[in-house]
Ligand binder design. Structure first.
Ligand code: RTP
Length: 152
C-alpha cells in the first residue's frame, strides 16, 4: 500500500525570505498535492542550526553556512503526501543551482550554492529527526477534503 502520509521538512532559508519567494515555494507544494502540516517563521540560533547541520560540521563551508542561516528568519514547514521526501528534493532541485534543472525552485530562482533558497530533508529518517528538531511542540491533526482526489 502506498504511504500517502510520508512527511518531509522543507525550509525557506533567509535569502528566500528576504527575496520574497516564500509564497512561490508554498504555492508549488500546495499545487503539487501536498498537505501543509506545520508552518512557522523562526530566527534560529547558531546552536540550533549546528544541530540541524551536524553532519556537515567538518566541511570547510560549515562556519559560513551557519552564519548565513542565522542571518535572518527562516520559514520552517512540514509537508505530507506520497513520496514527500523524494518528490520534495526533486522540486527543490540539485544543491548547486548550476546543476538545478529549470522548473525546479533552485533552477528557477538561485545561482549560488551558498544562497540556494531552500532546504529539504534527504531521507525519511532525517525528515523525522528534523521535524522533531524544528517542531518539538508537535503538529496539528487535520484532513484535507482534496485527499481522495490526489491519492489512490
Ligand atoms: P540542504 O540540506 O540545505 O537541503 O542542502 P543539501 O542537502 O542539498 O546539501 P548539503 O550537502 O547537505 O549542504 C547543505 C547546505 O550547505 C550549503 N553548501 N555550501 N559553499 C559550498 O560549497 C556549499 N556546499 C553546500 C548549501 O546551502 C547547502 O544547501
Amino acid at each position: 500500500m502506498p504511504n500517502n502520509a510520508e512527511r518531509t521538512y522543507i525550509m525557506v532559508k533567509p535569502d528566500g525570505v528576504q527575496r520574497g519567494i516564500v509564497g512561490e515555494i508554498i504555492a508549488r507544494f500546495e499545487k503539487r498535492g501536498f498537505k501543509l502540516v506545520a508552518l512557522k517563521m523562526v530566527h534560529a540560533t547558531k546552536e540550533h542550526l549546528e544541530k540541524h547541520y551536524a553532519d556537515l560540521a567538518q566541511k570547510p563551508f560549515f562556519p559560513g553556512l551557519i552564519k548565513y542561516m542565522a542571518s535572518g528568519p527562516v520559514v520552517a514547514m512540514v509537508w505530507e503526501g506520497l513520496d514527500a521526501v523524494k518528490t520534495g528534493r526533486m522540486m527543490l532541485g540539485a544543491t548547486n543551482p548550476l546543476a538545478s534543472a529549470p522548473g525546479t525552485i533552485r533552477g528557477d530562482y538561485a545561482l549560488a550554492v551558498g544562497r540556494n533558497i531552500c532546504h529539504g530533508s534527504d531521507s525519511v529518517e532525517s525528515a523525522e529527526h528534523e521535524i522533531k528538531l524544528w517542531f518539538p511542540e508537535g503538529t496539528i491533526q487535520h484532513t484535507l477534503s482534496s485527499a481522495e482526489w490526489v491519492f489512490e
